[in-house]
Design a binder for this molecule. Structure first.
Ligand code: ATP
Length: 313
């Protein structure tokens, strides 16, 4: 379990984390979400005792990180995948880490196997691809068989196979009853990976809820209608629908009437339909809506295209 209470972190006059409180519970993958610069890494560094809070505190399994006698057995973390010595092999890197914390050589072989690096374990890690580096970072995090696992942007730069692998690994760790906190600014990826979400923007808490609670927050869904008789259909439906939004000559969205009802009315009026599609806000749309005002730097893309990433500068 991770408990963050009234955490504030200032760098000079800049407030990176602003009175943030949340609890990460075992058994589910918790996504830590927010645009670039929202304060996720800073919060994670405080949790790991790498940064001191200005105000507030962070506890790992009931205690500050530095008060644990064997911290690697409490929490395993991946903050910077490039944190290994490039001349060292993956195996030597893990053996050195294991030696300083009383972890067996057998466990090193186990985690190499778990992350799929056994075959390249004796190569210099400096020659590793980004994905292999991420796997090694995750192996280091899991070395102490910790009850709590915290990964900062683990899917950054990974190919689809690597992303799928991390997604499955996180789910299996949570299914074993571990506490799993994973940060990302890739909203679409988190929607697929996590069940619970802590969303931050400009250092502040925006939401702390499950995926279903987030979905329940959405506005009434609309139904997209395409018809060669769009004008007549709009007149017909407009009397009872909450709203009708024209999208094109033959295309419009209906709010406040479900697809069955629209279909039935079009049928009785003998008006042909070419499309009838209920639209529901995706988790990704909800994330983007919630964090819109907290994005420090907007890129040239907008949230209506398929760029599933909040842009920074
Ligand atoms: N050591 C530091 N000194 C000064 N400012 C910092 C420092 N570390 C972080 N910041 C600032 O604090 C804010 C939060 O940064 P942080 O890296 O925690 O955000 P993040 O949510 O992890 O972003 P990203 O997704 O880009 O990693 C940013 O505005 C950042 O510029």
């Amino acid at each position: 379990m991770i408990e963050v209470t009234n955490l504030t972190k200032r760098y000079g006059s800049h407030v990176a984390v602003d009175d943030l409180s949340f609890t990460v519970r075992p058994g589910v993958v918790t996504g830590f979400l927010g645009p670039n610069g929202a304060g996720k890494s800073t919060t994670m560094r405080v949790i790991l005792g790498l940064d001191r809070p200005t105000v507030g505190r962070a506890l790992v399994n009931g205690r500050p990180f530095e008060e644990h006698r064997a911290p690697l057995r409490e929490i395993g973390a991946l903050l910077d995948a490039k944190g290994t010595h490039p001349a060292r092999s993956a195996r030597d890197h893990l053996l050195a880490l294991a030696a300083t914390t009383g972890i067996s050589k057998r466990r090193v072989a186990e985690v190499l196997d778990l992350v799929g690096l056994s075959e390249v374990a004796d190569r210099r890690s400096g020659g590793f691809s980004l994905g292999m580096g991420q796997r090694l970072g995750i192996a280091s995090a899991l070395l102490g068989d910790p009850h709590t696992v915290m990964l900062d942007e683990p899917v950054n730069g990974l190919d689809p196979e690597g992303i799928l692998w991390i997604r499955k690994l996180l789910k299996s760790l949570a299914d074993e009853g571990r506490t799993v906190l994973v940060s990302s600014h890739l909203m679409s990826e988190m929607a697929l990976t996590a069940e619970h979400f802590i969303i931050v923007g400009r250092g502040r808490l925006i939401a702390d809820m499950s995926g279903s609670e987030l979905t329940a927050m959405t506005k009434p869904s609309s139904v997209r209608v395409r018809s060669p008789h769009a004008g007549r259909l709009r007149d017909l439906l407009g009397r009872d629908a909450t709203d009708i939004v024209i999208r094109g000559d033959d295309l419009f969205d209906v709010v406040g009437m479900d697809a069955d009802e629209i279909g039935a009315r079009a049928w009785s009026a003998q008006l042909q339909l070419q499309e009838l599609t209920p639209a529901r806000a995706s988790l990704e749309d909800i994330f983007i809506g919630l964090t819109e005002d907290a994005v420090e730097y907007h890129g040239a893309t907008d949230s209506t295209n398929n760029t599933h990433e909040l842009e920074s500068s």
